[in-house]
Design a protein around this ligand. Structure first.
Ligand code: 1PR
Length: 555
């Protein structure tokens, strides 16, 4: 089997990249010291998290000179995400840290005045017709980043680079660059489904590098062939509406791991035996949703597995197996908190998250522990000490790797000033006709309600470094009556980080409603997919029909 070398210096989900490479028929060998770099023919530099963290790790371990030598020798090199950013001279993220300086220029931050940051989701890599590592104009690629190199027509082309761009809001940024033996993507090809596997293949076979010298692809504008005009011609916002499939997983009474689904978090059948609803097997369902075009898959482990050593948690194996066949982002939630293992030893939330990342997760989702941390944050006068699970995990793996899952439920009030909490005037009054409500946060799967509203929680966890919110709603869960648009609008107005709307989806039109009537960044469905009422593809086809931008289906 042909071999590709991966540089093993970085935290994060490297397993998916290995899985993608192996799926393409190549074998991965690891570079674990700078002395090993010369033995690599093809070298991949993956990267997640902070620019400064990655670059200083590379510098301390003396990798930078070895990487430069590899590139100067004309051997194939691919950088991914921070691996692309590393090619530049520096980044606003960590101004004191130098990059490789192979590309002139420094990265800036996305403007968050009118859009969510980080930029998370599926966007274009538009080459304006220039052949480039099999990137295709209609395909979408999975990005997750806060810093970017702004695209200025002709700037990188003048340095000899071929450029692919994405546009987020009104900002057009560099999505990929290629020159000679070097290829780098801001997006994660290993998480970009069929389109991502295609571009990795083009790197591995050498076809991609060869393609750079070919003439413009059919249909590309001829003006794009002039040297100062070699990049994107379309600068319209290319970020698609993300549709996520969610699997609540737990052990049933027979001890089998099943996908289940509750109504207002009650996952037991209404029949006399009250058995746990069994809607299928986690790995199989995840694969089906991926093949149906789900943009992400989320697993929520809703059993505590108290008698199981942490290292044997069944969800670790579910992730290992899923990440072999599912090449879109995987999130895992449930039980991400400091824990005492069965042998009495302490295991930190960060250690548990690390196990999940090593098993193929891209993000971890924190529920109950986030509420407790937020309560402490306010009781200590909004001060942070770096010791919460959110802070520790986002410091090690980047904000984008930390989702906070919120389980709120409505509390109705008769007047605006009847509570200290953030209220909304609701179109759906309470049982006594109350015209206002606030959303109380709960913990332990909705079993315990806390004196904290959803706005307070969202703002506290954003300050701690959470990268995204998974916004459930207990009142709506399993109801098939549509998302709670009032809740989503309230939270969206309170934070800059992306929000995933969840709970209540029953028909494709509910997805249209939430995307048209709120500024949500993504929407998640569970029961409607598990019960086979609609497929993810049907939802996305419907959204497309309604004029909303979705990632095209690529079988
Ligand atoms: O507190 O960090 O251990 O995390 C526990 C996680 O498990 C939280 O994310 C919490 O939301 C979840 N959870 C706990 N108990 C339940 C339960 O159902 N009994 N599931 C549960 C929550 C909600 C959804 C669901 C949507 C969409 N599930 O994510 O998938 O409501 O459903 P629908 O489209 O069918 O309406 P911690």
């Amino acid at each position: 089997m042909p071999t590709v070398h991966l540089l093993d210096y970085v935290a994060g989900n490297i397993r998916s990249l290995v899985n993608a490479i192996e799926k393409l028929g190549y074998q991965v060998d690891w570079i674990r010291s700078p002395e090993d770099v010369p033995k690599a023919e093809k070298l991949i530099l993956p990267g997640v998290g902070h620019f400064g963290h990655c670059l200083s790790q590379l510098a301390h371990a003396n990798y930078l000179a070895a990487i430069n030598k590899h590139i100067e020798a004309g051997k194939p090199f691919m950088g991914i995400c921070v691996g692309l950013q590393a090619l530049f001279e520096g980044s606003l993220e960590d101004p004191g840290v130098a990059g490789l300086g192979i590309i002139k220029g420094s990265l800036g931050r996305f403007d968050d005045t009118a859009k969510s940051v980080p930029h998370i989701g599926w966007n274009s890599a538009n080459t304006a017709g220039h052949p480039m590592y099999d990137l295709r104009p209609d395909s979408k690629y999975y990005y997750v980043h806060t810093y970017k190199f702004p695209y200025l027509k002709g700037e990188l082309e003048a340095q000899g680079w071929t450029v692919a761009t994405g546009t987020y809001g009104s900002e057009t940024f560099v999505g990929a660059v290629a020159r000679g033996n070097v290829y780098a993507t801001q997006f994660h090809p290993e998480k970009s489904g069929v389109a991502g596997l295609r571009t990795i293949r083009a790197f591995l076979t050498g076809e991609g590098a060869a393609s750079l010298t070919r003439p413009l692809m059919d249909g590309a504008s001829s003006s794009a062939s002039s040297s100062a005009d070699t990049a994107a011609t379309s600068f319209a916002d290319g970020l698609t509406r993300r549709v996520i499939a969610c699997l609540d997983v737990r052990a049933n009474d027979q001890g089998d791991l099943v996908v289940t689904k509750g109504d207002q978090y009650d996952v037991r059948e209404k029949s006399d035996d009250r058995s746990v609803r069994n809607l299928g097997k986690p790995v199989e369902l995840a694969r089906r949703y991926y093949e149906d075009g789900a943009d992400e898959v989320t697993f929520l482990n809703i059993t505590s597995f108290r008698d199981c050593p942490v290292a044997d948690l069944p969800m670790l194996e579910v992730l290992r197996q899923t990440s072999r066949t599912v090449f879109v982002p995987l999130t895992i939630g449930g039980g991400i908190r400091d824990t005492v293992d069965t042998d009495g030893s302490k295991v930190s939330a960060l250690e548990i998250a690390t196990m999940y990342f090593k098993s193929g997760a891209d993000k971890v989702s924190i529920g109950s522990d986030a509420v407790i941390a937020a309560e402490e944050y306010y009781s200590l006068g909004r001060k942070l000490f770096g010791n919460t699970a959110i802070e520790q995990i986002s410091r090690a793996y980047g904000n984008q790797a930390v989702v906070v899952s919120v389980d709120p439920k409505r509390v109705y009030v008769p007047k605006l000033d009847a509570t200290r909490h953030n209220v909304v005037a609701t179109r759906f009054p309470g049982p006594k006709g109350e015209p206002y409500c606030w959303y109380a946060c709960t913990i332990k799967g909705g079993r315990e309600t806390r004196d904290m509203d959803v706005v307070e929680l969202a703002q506290a966890v954003e300050a701690m470094g959470a990268g995204e919110l998974l916004l459930n709603c207990i009142d709506k869960d399993g109801s098939n009556s549509g998302f709670d648009l009032e809740l989503i609008a309230q939270v969206k107005a309170a934070v800059k980080i992306p929000v995933i709307a969840s709970s209540g989806a029953g028909i494709p039109a509910h997805f249209e409603d939430v995307f048209q009537q709120t500024t949500t960044d993504a929407a998640l469905g569970a029961g409607m997919f598990h019960r086979g009422e609609y497929t993810v593809k049907q939802v996305k086809d419907y959204l497309k029909e309604k004029g909303l931008l979705v990632r095209p289906f690529e079988g």
